[in-house]
Design a protein. Structure first.
Length: 180
C-alpha cells in the first residue's frame, strides 16, 4: 500500500474490537511478507493449527485437499515460525522468544497476538509502559518489525471504527510505537 510501509526497527499496533478481523488481517499480511522475509507469529489466542488452517484458506482455497495443504505447508518451511506458549506466558518469555527468533533464526517480521495475553495486568499501566519500551528497544536493536495486537476498549457500538485513543490499557501503548 502506498500509505503504509513495513520498516525494520519499528512497531505497528493493530487495534480493533473483538471479532473484527485483526488476526485475519495480520495473517494476510504475513502471507505476503514471508515471500521476502522470515516471519514468526506468537498467537496467544489461537492454536498454531488454527492459525495454519486460517492461512491456508486465506490463500484462496476454501476447501483445500491434502495435496494442496501439503504443498502450502512446504512453502512455509523456514519462512514461518509459530510460537506456542502452551498456557500462560510472561513479558520475559515473549522478549526471549523475540531475541531468539531474530538472533538465531534470522526472523525479521514478528506478530504478538495479543498484548493482553503477555502476562501484564490490565490495570498495571507502569508495567505496560515498561514492556512496550522493552519491545521498542528490541525492535530497534534487532532491526525487526513487530506487529502487536492490542484490543480496543468497549464502546457503545461495535459498528464504530476503533481509533488510537480507543486502545485498551496505558496510553503509552500507542505513544511508544511507530504506527497504529
Amino acid at each position: 500500500d502506498q500509505h503504509f510501509k513495513v520498516r525494520m526497527g519499528e512497531i505497528s499496533v493493530v487495534t480493533g474490537y473483538s471479532g473484527h478481523g485483526k488476526s485475519a488481517w495480520l495473517n494476510q499480511c504475513i502471507l505476503g511478507l514471508m515471500k521476502h522475509e522470515k516471519t514468526m507469529i506468537a498467537s496467544f489466542e489461537m492454536m498454531p493449527k488454527a492459525t495454519l488452517g486460517r492461512m491456508t484458506q486465506q490463500t484462496g482455497e476454501a476447501n483445500p485437499n491434502y495435496e494442496y495443504i501439503k504443498d502450502f505447508l512446504g512453502k512455509l518451511e523456514h519462512n514461518l515460525y509459530l510460537y506456542d506458549p502452551e498456557g500462560e506466558t510472561s513479558t520475559k518469555k515473549v522478549l526471549e522468544v523475540i531475541y531468539y527468533c531474530a538472533e538465531k533464526l534470522d526472523v525479521k517480521i514478528m506478530v504478538i497476538d495479543s498484548l493482553m495475553k503477555c502476562g501484564v495486568d490490565e490495570d498495571d499501566l507502569n508495567r505496560q509502559k515498561k514492556f512496550l519500551d522493552e519491545l521498542s528497544v528490541a525492535s530497534r536493536d534487532l532491526g525487526i518489525h513487530l506487529f502487536i495486537v492490542a484490543h480496543s476498549r468497549k464502546t457503545n457500538s461495535d459498528y464504530e471504527h476503533a481509533t488510537k485513543l480507543d486502545v485498551a490499557g496505558s496510553a503509552n501503548i500507542t505513544n511508544l510505537v511507530d504506527n497504529v
